[in-house]
Design a protein around this ligand. Sequence first.
Ligand code: ADP
Ligand code: MG
Length: 352
Amino acid sequence: MARITVENLSTVYPNGVRAVDALDLEIADGEFFALLGPSGCGKTTLLRTIAGLEAATEGSVSIGERDVTTVEPGKRKVAMVFQDYALFPHMTVSENIAYPLRVRRQPKARQREVAERTARSLSLAELLDRRPGQLSGGQQQRVALARAVAIDADVLLLDEPLSNLDARLRLEARTFLKRLQQEIGVTTVFVTHDQAEALALADRIAVMESGRIRQLGSPREVFGRPADTFVANFIGSTPMNLIDGAIENGLLAVAGAKLPSPVDLSDDSKVIVGIRPEYLTLATGAAGITGIVSTIENLGVSSLVTLECPDGSLLGLTVREQHEPAIGSTVTAVPEQGRLLLYGKESGMILT
Ligand code: ADP
Ligand code: MG
């Protein structure tokens, strides 16, 4: 086990694309760390540079105390699971799992023993003699994981390992992965474009955009207090409300309402007001944002109600089914204490 230190790391492809851009990152020993961001933001490149499969153009990567920037991949003590699993189709499950040991010229008996032990812990014992083509997606995913953990790597790198599974299996595999990581305690970097997956699994999350980190924090921090409007937009299963506002006579004017401002700002300051639909409740007689109910979408346990406010802006809030208002009725949405966030109109950065 080991921590990972990335310093001023840039990875530039021969075609000039700067996929990782002067990035600093420290991942603690035993941590389950998620790299989250939209497609093309550089997650895979960062992971591959940590693994040594891409060369760093500038900066350094250390694993534990060792600077591995120029160390070849096979000597870094990292294990990687790729998005498409990359299993060998002509080998059995047992041979696939034992492959890294075979490459390291371990004795045959030892290969079989490790394959069996790992397969047991990943519920694959019945499948050792099958070939990948005879397995379901979820089983293939577990074989890929087994192959990665069969060697005692210091670091486990997972590139969207759940993205090829259907929704239900994905949830199961997610829980399974969390348990496995807790058991073996290996420092894990998990790449995903799925914010829910990152929030559910990770000790800490780095939200990436264009080769850089926009925010780094615990799931609670990143969800509860996104550092800028990019992160605010990206995190959350319902989109955060981001509505133009301004400070007038010491109050926050937003969507036709006047609310106490959560931040002390001078009059005429232009802001973007952020509030999650989950942190708004319907109430009468309280200070809130009034609007006409325009649509209601069923989300399962709750419904997403969209209000059209006097100034034309739209405000989403979630309610339990039994509290659904009538379409066309006028209602007031009240923000939960401390949940209103303000962002700079120009910078998009959170105002503290
Ligand atoms: P992500 O995993 O977040 O989707 P990638 O790391 O795959 O992002 O890609 C980051 C950027 O680098 C993208 O603009 C992508 O087009 C580019 N890129 C990825 N791989 C290569 C490559 N082998 N050669 C040139 N450009 C690449
Ligand atoms: Mg990728």
